[in-house]
Design a protein around this ligand. Sequence first.
Ligand code: ADP
Ligand code: MG
Length: 239
Amino acid sequence: MMASPNTRPHVDLADVSKWYGREPVRVEALAGVDLQLDAGEFAVVLGPSGSGKTTLLNLMGGLDRPSGGRLRVAGRDLGSLSDAELTRYRREHVGFVFQFFNLVPTLTALENVLLTAGLVEAPRDAERLLDAVGLGERARHFPGQLSGGEQQRVAIARALVKNPSLILADEPTGSLDSEIGARVLELLRRLARDEGRTVVLVTHNEALTRFADRLLRLRDGRVVEDRRRPRAGEGPARR
Ligand code: ADP
Ligand code: MG
């Protein structure tokens, strides 16, 4: 999988809107969003409940289509892809970490990650990823034997094992408020910084913005703040 050329943003939204239902009960979830994210950027999205955060992630991840505007990822115009092409895009390019992690209960943590690894040609090493999210000792445990936060970290390993160019995490706060959460965030940041992945993390936790290169705030389906954060003080010396 090739990264998109540096001359182009990896994610490019132009006047993207999304509405649900129809008049008189039409809900405008996104109202003309312009947004460009480069390969290697780690963006944190903040905003009150109902402001359109999940809708934004679902569109970027190809789970849903925009109602208006243009949305490109890695040079593909997602709005013009067929269902089959969109499925393929999701499978090859996108790592999702959902609020609810949907692990297969009859498979171990490692098997859950391997199941997803089997979808792509060049997966990362599943055991090393479980190690990296602090679950090396738990790889042979079943989801029912793991805490909620541990299950969520399995879900994060599962999202990363595909080596996706775009990593989308929707409020994975449960496991990220802890010390291990900081490790997971460092891992995501490294994937962005060192490997050119684009990471978009939706959260309520303002403290997590310290990991971000980019801070986006949504309100009523609009981007009301878009700030680049300096990388100073977060240099490579830290581990
Ligand atoms: P957030 O993730 O920031 O809480 P959402 O993107 O889930 O916001 O929702 C944005 C708006 O769109 C809300 O008003 C929500 O009620 C509405 N919405 C989201 N999904 C649907 C849907 N499938 N059908 C109807 N309305 C929806
Ligand atoms: Mg949401």
